[in-house]
Structures are given as C-alpha cells and as structure tokens.
Design a protein around this ligand. Sequence first.
Ligand code: ADP
Length: 319
Amino acid sequence: LKSIAVMTSGGDSPGMNAAARAVVRTALYEGVKVWGIRDGYHGLLEENMFEMESKDVGDIIQRGGTFLGTARCKRWKTPEGRMLGYQHLVDRGIQGLCVIGGDGSLRGASLLSQETGIPIVGLPGTIDNDVWGSDYTIGCDTAANTIIDAINKLRDTASAHRRVIVMEVMGRSSGWLALVSGISGGAEYILVPEEPYDLDKLCDDMKNAYAEGKRYILVVVAEGAGNAQEIGDFIAKKTELDTRVTVLGHIQRGGSPTVIDRVRASQLGEQAALALISGLSDVVFGFSKGRVVSIDLHDSVNNKKQLDPEYLHLAKVLF
Ligand code: ADP
C-alpha cells in the first residue's frame, strides 16, 4: 500500500504513543504516506485527521496517554457509521488502517474489515492484558508497576497499624493486573473475576493469621471480582480487624511508560506498518514467549483470554 492511517481507540494506555510513533516512522522510512486520526473512531467520523511527518511524533515516546487522543464512539457500532468512516478513508486515498486499542476497538476494526475489505492491522493497547493470542498488551507493564508503587506504600502504613488493606485495581473482566501485581507485591489474597473465592473462609484464615502474629494483610481485588468497599466492610465486620479500602482508579492508566512498554510498543508499531504496507490484513500483532507474533484479528476478538494457570498456582503457593 502507498497510504495508511493510524489511530488509538478506547481506553488509553502508556506506550500507545511509542506504538503510533513507530507506525508513522516506519511508514515514512518505507516511503509510504501516513495519516493520523484523532480521537479514535469518533475522530474518523468527524474527519479529524491529518497527514503526518516525522516531527509530528517527536517528543512523545516518554509520555503516557496518547497524543492522537482517544474516544468511545457509539456510532461505530452501527454498519452505517462504519461505512461513513470507510468513505472518509477512501476520500483521502487511505488504503489501510492500524487500530491501536483494546478488545472493543479491535472488534470495531474486525467489523470494518469484514464489511468493506479495507486492510486492517490491530495492536493490543490496553493496561488489562486481556487480548486473546498475546501474552502482552501495550501499557500492562507500566500499569502493573504503578500498582506496585502503591502497594509498597500501603504496606508501610498497614504494617505500622496492623491493618488489613483491601486494594482495588482495574480489570472488569480480566484479573491479570491483580494477579501480577498481587504476586509481585506479596499480597496475601488476590481476588480475580476468573476464579471463585470464599469470603467467609478468607476471614477465618485472616483471624488465624493475626492470632499467630501476622502484622498486616493485603488483599488485591480486580474490579470485576467484586466491590472493594463491600468486601472491606464484610471483612471488617466478620474479623473485627482494622480494615481500610483503597481504590487506585485512573492513576493506573497514566504515567511515563516503562522500558518494556516502550520497546515492545515500538516493535509492534514497526510490524503493523510493515504488514499494512505489504498488503497484509486482519492481523493483530502481539507477543508470545518474548517474540512478536501475528494473531488472526477475528480469532482475537472472538476468544476470551484465560489467566495463566502457572501464575494462579504461584499466587496460591506464595500466599
Ligand atoms: P477498548 O478498545 O479499550 O476495549 P471500548 O470497549 O470502549 O474500549 O471500545 C472502544 C470503541 O470501539 C467503542 O467506543 C466503539 O466505537 C468501538 N467498539 C467497541 N465494541 C464494538 C462492537 N461490538 N462493534 C463495533 N464497534 C465497537
């Protein structure tokens, strides 16, 4: 192809900038025109796009968020909306599109490709690390490190007061962030949407642990595993232990990306541009066992990623 476009869509994640930068610079290096679309599908429908030069992606690799902007767009869920977006691409001679976003954004991309045949390459951009076929998504490493910083601070004060700390982290349908931050933060309990848990038993165990001299307990709860405040209230009532709840919230989305997120996002951006230029379509680039892999776009959105059983086991052993 001779002219491609790139957008970021859905929830932002640290490293999206590095990915978009790599798409743009790879395309220019290969002598291909590249357009930036602002604010995801919403911007495409509003024709909010511009042809990019190398300097447009200068000074952004170190920034969280996305310089292109992102949005949620209801109209994209309709075939008419997607057809209009397609027209806006065709009008500018854009022959292929790279969508950087989460599950929902990739689903929207998959429909556009099915309905119009325009070449599409997806990159998994979400802190949740929940895109099927890849063991990594852009931003998950930075978010996990942000959570670890918070856990370290909470441990100091929890230990001083012999408290139970219940901490809610992001992940409405995926417990990946809770699991890895719980393992690396040394949490006593990790509650994830994918695994059932018994709160009564957990409270009994906690009381025993305190009776044996435990100074504090950290419970990491993924959003989708239950309401942290309600869980905290239940624990406080049942155990009579001094219990505090912290909801980390949108802090998890921000921050300067880690080395891992910058390097991997750059590798994925390069592959996405090269794939589009060579006429490939309907693929998502991700990582498996440390290497870049390509995944079928439709398989990726039609399958639900499972939590790594080895991590789940590790969490149980280390508790
Ligand atoms: P994320 O990409 O982070 O998962 P969302 O789920 O909010 O975020 O999706 C981002 C956007 O992708 C939505 O606002 C919508 O425009 C588009 N999208 C999501 N799901 C679909 C779908 N089933 N069909 C078409 N477009 C969708």
